[in-house]
Design a protein around this ligand. Structure first.
Ligand code: THU
Length: 521
């Protein structure tokens, strides 16, 4: 039973992207900033290989890291939580969610007033506690709800419980949610109920968020459609407006989020557990608390081994982030930054994937690992990180033995191939040369022809190795003719193992070797 756990360290960016200036940010690097604090600890993250990630040259490298690592650049034109998480789940957003520094336009407010039958107060960016102090009394007198926003993409409605009963306030939010679509599709409409007397108003715990659903199908939708579990922890359910989620639990803060993540390891399921740890961003990033942020990171670092120790053999952990929020830069807002990607599990090889373009590569990779039919954005890096399976090892051994049988007195190049059929049988082949040179047949074709002539038509995998005098000096990819022959019988996704030694290989696909095969169809 395969399970993937994605843990988002909310706002843990790792440095400026090439387009950071476009987002009015400079000199931002969340991880670097907190690493200078004396509260910073990173012993388990160091072992994972965080210091090996591109650009993280301010942290010590690990000689033998436990995880596969990458630096991911954001493709979406935004730096908020929603867009960051959507991209992790395979949806790239070409534009940021709308914000309203001058308040909402007349057409929105008019429509809202028409549908609620009440006017509105404020309609400006405002602090949530200040707005009820300044407008609360007028609200009680007139019955008009208080509409305000912030630097984020939010439409907030504050109302006193005695003036607008809670359910009515939620109904107003649903009205606003339906109006705020298209270019006005704000990230969240938020109900902000309050109680008390003028001069002494307090907000109640009945805040409720009405999120905008992702504009396209996500990894979560694809997993759910395939009958897999999608367990959302923390604000994940909200970020996806509940779409694609099969189970969810709200958590309050990192400590609880980590406890729930540990409990999730005890659950029996096949699919994804998607966890957001919000404190980094909410409590420390926005509040520019460098040492608080560093201490929260140290807490996570200390907790991590308790999680990895409980992981089952087929479990995969991915640690990443959704954007930056450098607590030491010039503003309290998010920062446009690269994010880390650390992937760990018994099946995962500790490779360094360098820098990749798109958080969405995570979605494509997770989908492939979980054998899910996914058509969203991103390119899977699973082939680069998966440890050899028993089948792959067997197929490489078979190709290597076949190579030793090569008949190559003219070139001296020995080549071996092994072809796995869907019925589990393996057909091997070697190159067979000829004094007239051109009748020479390559190892791959020998294997294919042997198999086809035995009635096989359905192939799963091919391994190839070769080299002068039978010494493998690097990969020995199939020639063009062999690629074309393979394309006659094998689908574009067929896996090909290009062996680098008797037991190591690179994975590729037929579609990568021959993207545009000849066909009469
Ligand atoms: N060869 C193969 O067996 N497979 C290929 O895909 C490329 C080439 C063999 C043919 C010949 O015997 C030798 O390698 C040198 O070209």
């Amino acid at each position: 039973m395969k399970r993937v756990f994605i843990i988002v360290l909310d706002s843990l960016g790792i440095g400026e992207e090439p387009d950071t200036a476009l987002f009015k940010d400079h000199d931002c690097n969340t991880l670097k900033r907190i690493s200078a604090s004396e509260k910073f600890r990173f012993s388990s993250m160091k072992k994972m290989g965080v210091g090996n990630i591109d650009g993280v040259d301010y942290l010590e490298k690990e000689k033998k890291p436990l995880g596969a690592v990458a630096r991911l650049q954001e493709r979406s034109m935004g730096k908020d939580t929603t867009i960051g998480h959507w991209e992790i789940a395979g949806v790239v957003s070409p534009s940021p969610l709308p914000t309203y520094p001058d308040g909402f336009p007349e057409e929105i407010i008019k429509e809202f007033e028409k549908q609620t039958g009440r006017g509105v107060l404020c309609n400006k960016p405002y602090s949530g506690t200040q707005v009820i102090a300044d407008y609360g009394e007028e609200h009680i007198k007139t019955g008009k709800p208080i509409v305000y926003t912030s630097a984020d993409s939010v439409f907030q409605i504050a109302a006193h419980n005695d003036v607008v009963p809670l359910q009515k306030l939620y109904e107003y939010c649903r009205i606003a949610r339906k109006i705020l679509v298209g270019k006005h599709a704000v990230g969240r409409v938020i109900a902000r109920p309050f109680t008390g007397e003028p001069g002494n108003f307090t907000r109640t715990a009945d805040r409720h968020d009405f999120s905008v659903p992702p504009p396209k199908g996500t990894l979560l939708d694809a997993l759910k459609a395939d009958g897999k579990t999608v367990y959302a922890v923390g604000k994940i359910n909200d970020i996806f407006a509940g779409r694609g989620v099969t189970e969810h639990v709200m958590t309050h803060g990192n400590t609880e989020g980590m406890a729930v993540a540990l409990e999730a390891l005890d659950k029996e399921f096949e699919g994804l557990c998607f966890i957001n740890l919000v404190d980094f961003d909410m409590l420390y990033g926005h509040r520019q608390d460098v040492s608080g942020y560093a201490a929260a990171f140290a807490e996570f670092d200390f907790w991590l081994p308790s999680f990895t120790a409980k992981m089952k053999p087929d479990d995969v952990l991915i640690i990443t982030a959704d954007h930056g929020c450098d607590p030491g830069d010039s503003h309290t807002d998010h920062s446009r930054e690269y994010v880390p990607m650390i992937m760990y599990g018994k099946n995962i090889k500790p490779v360094n994937l360098g820098t990749r373009y798109g958080f969405c590569d995570i979605a494509a990779t997770v989908a492939e690992y979980l054998d899910c039919n996914y058509r969203g954005d991103g390119k899977s890096f699973l082939d680069d990180v998966l440890k050899p399976t028993e089948t792959e090892k067997k197929l490489c051994e078979a190709a290597y033995s076949a190579m030793e049988k090569s008949y190559s007195p003219y070139s001296g190049y020995k080549v071996g191939a092994a072809l796995l059929c869907s019925d589990g049988k393996i057909y091997t082949g070697c190159n067979i040369e000829n004094a007239a040179f051109s009748p020479t047949v390559c190892a791959e074709r020998t294997a294919v022809f042997k198999a086809v002539s035995e009635g096989e038509r359905d192939f799963l995998m091919l391994s190839v190795c070769g080299g002068k005098d039978g010494k493998i000096r690097g990969v020995f990819p199939p020639c063009g003719v062999c690629r074309q022959v393979l394309s006659e019988f094998c689908g574009p996704d067929m896996q090909i193992l290009l062996m680098k030694s008797k037991s190591t290989f690179e994975r590729t696909r037929l579609s990568e070797l021959l993207p545009c095969s000849f066909s009469l169809k």
